[in-house]
Design a protein around this ligand. Structure first.
Ligand code: AMP
Ligand code: MG
Length: 306
């Protein structure tokens, strides 16, 4: 049984579990994460096992701020400093050369680590009280829809003894923007609500978007193919197109509101066991087009036939 932790004892209970090498689900502004001591290889292995996550898919180190970030990276660059000052705590993950102290599993054996400070008071307090970095992949079984409420986490891990810190519904609703700072040109590997335009404005230079497929091996494993998938198949249609039978989801016209409601809408539609989920894209899209790119990337993978 998953257990929900609330009230004034929640942080102390969470820290106790983490110190023992256990896993605690924590809230962030993006989605709920599976927290474990990022410097403890056994604790990290438990996270991979609980999620059923392929070992070639690296985890993001969650930190309270710059000082803790410096412990997981080999080099804290001027670009990282500028971006952290502007966007942390917030939904921007920075990929930097990794520190030797990190277990290999965190980085999937690679030379870099993704790091971010999440903007949720409960999890920032947990990180401060624990006093070290925590891995925090989305608290779902690998490949399934990400959780944005404690209920979603409970449903996914109903058969596990997983403590869940209740921080309410996630305000932003889709995963962080992942930015690679290890190449000549900074590159967005995963789109999110922090946009390439905003990042470029802070750095004063161009930001590339997309994987490194033309510049060597895939640099962000887990970024291709099906993901974020409900049990029912997902079909995307434009407003006004003929609609197949199934559970129907109409998305908000506003980009930020749409991101915030997306996963909960998919969870709700899926709960009834429909033959398919029909997602109707709004005819008019308001808000930042780059946030729509992030939403459509998730929906593209949720509806991936593979
Ligand atoms: P999740 O924890 O479910 O939000 O997934 C984290 C994602 O961040 C992974 O699928 C990778 O695409 C990306 N990521 C994490 N660490 C790195 C890294 N060192 N280099 C490139 N991408 C990373
Ligand atoms: Mg995930």
């Amino acid at each position: 049984m998953a257990r929900v932790l609330g009230g004034p004892e929640a942080i102390a209970q969470g820290v106790q579990t983490l110190r023992a090498g256990g896993v605690v689900a924590f809230p962030t502004e993006t989605v709920y994460g599976l927290g474990a001591d990022a410097l403890n290889a056994d604790a990290v292995a438990r996270v991979f096992e609980l999620k059923g996550r392929p070992s070639d898919n690296p985890l993001i180190a969650h930190v309270a701020g710059e000082a803790m970030a410096r412990r997981v990276v080999a080099e804290w660059t001027p670009d990282a400093q500028r971006l952290a000052e502007r966007f942390w705590p917030g939904p921007l993950t920075l990929v930097l050369p990794r520190a030797d102290a990190l277990p290999e599993a965190v980085t999937a054996g690679g030379p870099t680590v993704g790091v971010r400070a999440p903007a949720h008071p409960l999890t920032l307090a947990l990180l401060e009280a624990f006093g070290g970095p925590l891995v925090g992949p989305s608290a779902n079984r690998s490949g399934r829809i990400s959780p944005t409420t404690p209920d979603h986490v409970e449903q996914a891990f109903a058969d596990d003894d997983l403590p869940i810190m209740d921080g309410g519904a996630c305000a932003r609703g889709i995963e962080s923007t992942v930015l690679d700072l290890t190449a000549e040109t900074p590159r967005v590997l995963r789109p999110g609500v922090v946009t390439p335009g905003e990042i470029g404005a802070v750095l004063g230079r161009d930001v590339a978007v997309g994987s490194h497929s033309t510049a060597g091996p895939e640099r962000s494993p887990g970024r291709l193919g099906p993901h974020y998938r409900p049990a029912a198949p997902v079909v995307l249609i434009q407003t006004g197109e003929p609609e197949p039978a199934g559970a129907r989801i109409e998305l908000s016209k506003d980009a930020d509101a749409c991101a915030a409601m997306l996963y909960d809408a998919l969870h709700r539609a899926d709960a009834a066991g429909p033959i398919r989920i029909v997602v109707v894209l709004p005819a008019e899209r308001r808000g930042d087009p780059a946030v729509w790119d992030a939403i459509l990337e998730r929906l593209g993978r949720a509806s991936h036939p593979g």
